[in-house]
Design a protein around this ligand. Structure first.
Ligand SMILES: NC(=O)c1ccc[n+]([C@@H]2O[C@H](COP(=O)([O-])OP(=O)(O)OC[C@H]3O[C@@H](n4cnc5c(N)ncnc54)[C@H](OP(=O)(O)O)[C@@H]3O)[C@@H](O)[C@H]2O)c1
Length: 289
């Protein structure tokens, strides 16, 4: 019987994980900051010794990409050292670690999807700290899965879909156009699908390693914004703009598209076309969003 500990259980992905694993009747415990602080090795170790999970699902991170540029030390403490601490503790209690990384470990200069073996070259502090976390986890853990995901949305937390909806509803009153970047490509990925993919890994136990786990297909933020407005039936003009018109503290990859090559080779890819998943999400949550 698996005993699952979700760390970062109050975050966007963490809440979805808690809900998902409750629904599968797994034994699942959730912890979040400050009840658990992954940067504090001794406190983390004590918690894990008490709980004795067989699976640790780490959803804890400093995931605010722009904030990481200003909070470099904190970004490394959480996204790199925190992950090393989890790896070391997991080794002691012989637990398997599931961890989530990002398309931002790549520079996006390629014009074809990145596979697991593609060269990493992060452009931001967030991407660099997440890459360091991947490296440390691989060094210190024996049984682990690193799922690289991207452009996450779901019922919980704050993300592009919710921000666009709020803005679109506001702008609909005045018909002031909404603008979204049309020169960055990526793949919107539904938290529920990441949970399902995680579950699949735990059932089939492929070899430890890095797995790309985003939805299929790709789009731009502009096209995604158009789809959001359309799906929620909001009458507002949406216009494309360039990244230069929308300067942000952190540089983003231009083409952050991942190919789930290893999952497909092993026949365990659960990820769907991004539009199929997005409309599944809309059907389930339209009334409450
Ligand atoms: N969001 C995306 O679009 C996206 C894309 C690619 C990859 N990812 C990855 O997916 C994972 C989940 O992201 P998310 O969007 O769910 O992030 P999130 O909503 O920001 O959740 C992160 C959680 O981690 C907690 N946390 C922060 N510092 C901690 C610490 N020192 N100890 C313990 N918990 C701590 C946060 O608590 P507080 O709120 O109290 O700080 C929060 O509950 C992350 O690894 C992220 O890098 C996300």
């Amino acid at each position: 019987m698996m005993k699952i500990l979700v760390i970062g259980s109050g975050g966007q992905l963490g809440q979805s994980m808690m809900e998902f694993f409750h629904e599968t009747s797994s034994e699942v415990v959730g912890l979040d900051y400050p009840a658990i602080d992954i940067t504090n090795r001794a406190q983390l170790m004590n918690s894990l010794r008490d709980i004795q999970p067989t699976i640790i699902i780490n959803c804890a991170a400093l995931a605010a990409v722009d904030a990481c540029e200003q909070e470099k030390e904190k970004a490394y403490a959480v996204n790199a050292i925190g992950v090393e601490n989890i790896a070391l503790a997991a080794q002691e209690i012989k637990a398997l670690v599931v961890h989530y990384s990002t398309d931002y470990v790549f520079d996006g200069d390629q014009d074809t999807p990145y596979v697991e073996t593609s060269r990493t070259n992060p452009l931001s502090v967030y991407g660099q700290s997440k890459l360091q976390g991947e490296i440390l986890l691989q060094q210190h853990a024996e049984h682990y899965y690193i799922l690289r995901i991207a452009w996450l949305y779901g019922p919980y937390g704050n993300h592009f879909v919710k921000r666009m909806l709020a803005l679109a509803r506001e702008r609909a009153k005045t018909q002031e156009p909404l603008k979204a970047v049309n020169d960055q490509w990526g793949t919107p990925t539904y938290t529920y699908d990441v949970c399902r993919q995680t579950w699949q890994m735990l059932q089939t136990r492929p070899p430890s390693g890095i797995y790309h786990s985003t939805s299929e297909g790709h789009t731009t933020w502009f096209e995604f914004a158009q789809e959001i407005v359309h799906a929620f039936g909001i009458q507002v003009p949406v216009l494309p703009c360039t990244s230069q018109e929308f300067p942000r503290p952190a540089k983003r990859p231009k083409f952050g598209v991942l190919e789930n090559q290893k999952l497909k080779q092993l026949g365990i890819n659960m990820m769907l076309d991004w539009k199929v998943s997005f409309y599944e999400f809309v059907a389930k949550y339209k009334a409450v969003l």
